[in-house]
Design a protein around this ligand. Structure first.
Ligand SMILES: Cc1cc2nc3c(=O)[nH]c(=O)nc-3n(C[C@H](O)[C@H](O)[C@H](O)COP(=O)(O)OP(=O)(O)OC[C@H]3O[C@@H](n4cnc5c(N)ncnc54)[C@H](O)[C@@H]3O)c2cc1C
Length: 351
């Protein structure tokens, strides 16, 4: 345990004030010790800090980062500790010739948060393969297993985001994989990369290479080992919103590539799995925001507008203010409610 440690170095956005007490836990067992030691205190459980905006005023109480753990195989099921870097699980599966995670290659972060946010990419989601989750209950110090049906897993959502689950910490999970492909690659942007580079997407390694290159082009890579080599973002800042049919028609009017309503609907279905879920990037463009638009050191990514970037020296409050401006402008101009995918931790000022 260390006291008064700057948190910016532990987050992908590279912002955040001091942790009153900081624990870095290299395994689920060590996390359990730290949880027992901090029982009754205000505490914050984090993985790799790739999906949070931590306030400049820092976090009171104990901040626990779970980073590290083991992966094992039992038949076609992989069992991974919550602190394992997600991409290590994907690579493990690929080495073992198991399908089901390959399209989620290189999503930054740990296994625990992967369940909390039901991470997804290019048509695959964690919920598709989840077998069970082992939890530590902070209210009584007990551990137990839960089934996916108890977790309300939906687009970028799980019950872990509710108050009811606030005291439950993920310790490990099991993922049921397959010996044959489970999904085709349907995303045009990735298919274009495959055509250009000639990757063999009939193989697991070929699919991984295609995804890595597609993610590299979209600025969607981040590795906690070398954060200085990557942009400071938290990935897509907002969820793709659910909107009314009328709003969908309004949005079409702003379609910059001349795509038909039918094409856009198909794209949007792929994005969110619901017929009226639209691309948040499209919504931002329709509301008048531009790729590469900046507010001092805070910028919308030049290609992927949904990523809010700290180009150097931004404060958490500046990033928060830009996010609020986007939410309010989108509401005022398009009557669409945008909700952040990124979690705000600590205190922020409302303007
Ligand atoms: C460049 C970039 C690209 C991205 N691309 C994608 C993408 O393609 N698809 C996608 O879905 N996401 C994407 N993201 C978002 C991010 O990768 C995921 O949200 C990831 O799951 C964050 O993991 P983390 O360990 O860093 O979580 P953290 O930021 O550390 O925590 C996120 C939340 O999970 C909770 N949490 C963490 N561990 C536990 C645990 N053990 N038990 C209970 N709660 C826990 C925390 O309290 C917090 O609320 C991207 C992010 C970046 C920076």
């Amino acid at each position: 345990m260390q006291s008064n440690v700057p948190l910016a170095q532990y987050t992908s956005l590279a912002v955040g004030g001091l942790a009153e007490q900081l624990y870095i836990c290299p395994s689920s067992d060590e996390l359990q010790f730290a949880l027992a030691e901090t029982a009754g205190k205000q505490s914050w459980i984090l993985g790799y800090g790739a999906n949070v905006l931590i306030s400049d005023t820092g976090l009171p109480g104990a901040t626990l980062f779970l980073r590290g753990g083991e992966i094992t195989r039992d038949g076609d099921t992989l069992i991974a500790d919550a602190g394992v870097w997600w991409d290590e699980v994907v690579q493990f599966a690929i080495r073992e010739s198991l399908w089901g995670l390959e399209l989620m290659s290189a999503i930054p972060g740990g296994v625990g948060a992967a369940i909390v946010g039901n991470i997804a990419a290019y048509g695959q989601a964690v919920a598709d393969t989840l077998a069970w989750v082992e939890l530590y209950d902070r209210t009584n110090g007990e551990t137990r297993r839960v089934q996916p049906s108890e977790l309300d897993l939906r687009y970028r959502y799980s019950a872990f985001q509710t108050d009811k689950f606030r005291n439950l910490v993920i310790l490990r999970t099991a993922l049921n994989l397959q010996r044959t492909p489970t999904k085709e690659l349907e995303y045009q942007v990735a298919i274009d990369v495959v055509r250009e580079k000639g990757y063999d997407i009939g193989t697991l390694t070929g699919r991984r290479e295609a995804i890595l290159e597609t993610r590299r082009r979209a600025g969607s890579l981040w590795d906690w080992h070398h954060p200085e080599d990557y942009l400071h973002t938290a990935g897509s800042f907002f969820r793709n919103p659910l909107v009314s049919d009328e709003a969908v028609e309004n949005l079409m009017a702003f379609e910059e590539h001349g795509r038909t309503a039918e094409m856009l609907r198909k794209m949007n279905q792929l994005h969110g799995g619901a017929s009226k879920r639209v691309s948040a990037a499209h919504v931002l463009l329709a509301a008048g925001f531009q790729r590469g638009q900046s507010w001092g050191p805070v910028r919308l990514h030049p290609e992927h507008i949904l990523k809010i970037e700290n180009t150097g020296g931004a404060t958490a409050q500046q990033i928060y203010d830009v996010a609020q401006e986007i939410v309010q402008t989108v509401k005022a101009k398009l009557d669409i409610d945008l909700t952040p995918e990124v979690r705000f931790l600590g205190k922020f000022e409302e303007h």
